[in-house]
Design a protein around this ligand. Structure first.
Ligand code: UDP
Length: 239
């Protein structure tokens, strides 16, 4: 009696920081293993899964640029950081028994395919999980923007932003006891209330394409599956 998925093709964005688990930096292998199991659950339902992963646990461009390094240079280093995470995730997914392909926005022929949209779609059709590494391949962008862009390119029905919090709140829940969690919210209201769901470049891409975003807690077991089955988990941003 398998649950029925609400979405057939998804783009999952995972932040680099989430991979740290309780560690101060780097990758917590236990977190990776857990994520791999969660992802396998939805692949087994026949859902096509594309993944964009961040690099904040290893290197973040803006922070280092503030120390005098050229921003573009720092950003390229940030993109390489996402590749380390992408390779770690790829290994975890394969150890969990999934078929995967890694596509990079910066050419790295020995370790990843170059990003080719049609090829990515072909992989998805064959049931392979496709990880998109190296962000958009351009400095001054974020992996959230890469996630929005790839989601549109692969014609995902939804962008799932897996985080460490339960969704979008009216205020910072760690500081304001009255902060409430939205179950759904219009994108316009996100902007009016200045709620930070994603950066504006990523958000604008989603808005223009009418792509819904679901922000949810990736660290709660079963949550990804519930989201994919259309259960009201996290916050749905609609247009
Ligand atoms: N980055 C970039 N262009 C992109 C995606 C990422 O220059 O298209 C760089 C940027 O420096 C960023 C770093 O890669 O700080 C890591 O990505 P991000 O901060 O988005 O990762 P997350 O916050 O999700 O861990």
């Amino acid at each position: 009696n398998r649950p029925r998925p609400r979405y057939r093709r998804i783009l999952l964005k995972l932040s680099g920081e989430a991979l740290m688990g309780r560690k101060p930096y780097g990758i917590d292998w236990h977190v990776l293993e857990t994520y791999a199991r969660e992802i396998r659950q939805v692949v087994e339902l026949g859902v096509a899964v594309g993944i964009v992963i961040g690099g904040g646990n290893i290197f973040r461009g803006v922070q280092n640029a503030s120390r005098g390094m050229k921003r573009a240079h720092a950003d390229y280093m940030g993109m390489l950081a996402t590749m380390i995470n992408a390779m770690a995730l790829q290994d975890a997914l394969e150890q969990a028994g999934l078929d995967t392909r890694l596509q990079s926005s910066i050419k790295m022929e020995q370790i990843a395919e170059p990003f080719i949209r049609r090829r990515a779609i072909r992989h998805l059709e064959k049931g392979r999980v496709v990880i998109f590494g190296a962000g958009t391949g351009n400095p001054y962008f974020t992996t959230d923007t890469a996630a929005a862009l790839r989601a549109l390119e692969i014609e995902a029905e939804v962008l799932l932003k897996g985080t460490r919090v339960d969704g979008v709140y009216s205020a910072d829940p760690e500081r304001d006891p009255n902060a409430r969690l939205f179950t759904t919210i219009h994108g316009r209201e996100v902007i009016q209330r200045d709620l930070r769901v994603m950066d504006m470049t990523a958000f604008t891409l989603c808005r223009e394409a009418g792509l819904p975003i679901i922000v949810f807690n990736m660290n709660k077991p079963g949550n990804l599956l519930r989201v994919v089955c259309g259960e009201p988990v996290g916050t749905l941003v609609y247009w």
